[in-house]
Design a protein around this ligand. Structure first.
Ligand code: IMP
Ligand code: MG
Length: 177
């Protein structure tokens, strides 16, 4: 049987759309006349990435990478690896990494370090969500959608056990049985 959890809406599709528009405008301004290599972090960023790039009017190339962090249970440890990589030379390029949510910051801190080492001209981070209370490492988010409280959210690409990625809004699951 498919269980039906209740989901409390935190950010509506309309609120998200407005924010994505603002972020895209800033990126268009900051990189006017330049090429940007946009790298989405799988899988969580797929919907945010898709909405964002539709509003970017620069010359772009789109790639995806997958980062795996190893450790017990759901807690991220310091060990992060790129398990699916970008098959393109990044030397001298403007790179924007697009991520769903920055939680402890450990994953993105490591991914950005790896990409910076490849000689990109700029490596910037664009994240839809951030939970500042959970941060374990200092990380600059150049383009941030929303700061949210320390609650587990789903939808708009984010999942719990692979469920709810398809929701057009962001919400908090109220577990039922
Ligand atoms: P961290 O910043 O290295 O701790 O890990 C961030 C990753 O954890 C994100 O890319 C998500 O995949 C996952 N994550 C963190 N918080 C949430 C949440 O509230 N809902 C769904 N996934 C989350
Ligand atoms: Mg993720």
């Amino acid at each position: 049987m498919v269980t039906k959890d209740k989901i409390k809406v935190l950010l509506s599709a309309e609120e998200i759309d407005k924010k994505v528009e603002e972020l895209a405008e800033r990126i268009n301004y900051d990189f006017a006349g330049e090429r940007v290599i946009i790298i989405g972090v799988l899988k969580g960023s797929f919907m945010f990435m898709s909405d964002l790039v539709k509003k970017i009017n620069l010359q772009t190339e789109i790639y995806f990478l997958e980062a795996s962090s190893y450790g017990a249970g759901t807690q991220t440890t310091g060990v992060v690896k790129i398990s699916k990589d970008v098959d393109r030379d990044l030397a001298g390029e403007n790179v924007i990494i697009v991520e769903d949510i920055i939680d402890t910051g450990i994953t993105m801190d490591k991914v950005m370090e790896i990409l910076r080492a490849r000689g990109a001209k700029t490596v910037r981070l664009c994240a839809c969500l951030s939970k500042p209370e959970r941060r374990k490492v200092d990380i600059d988010i150049d383009y941030l959608g929303f700061e949210i409280p320390d609650e587990f959210v789903v939808g708009y690409g984010l999942d719990v056990a692979e469920k709810y990625r398809n929701l057009p809004y962001i919400g908090v699951v109220e577990i039922s049985d």
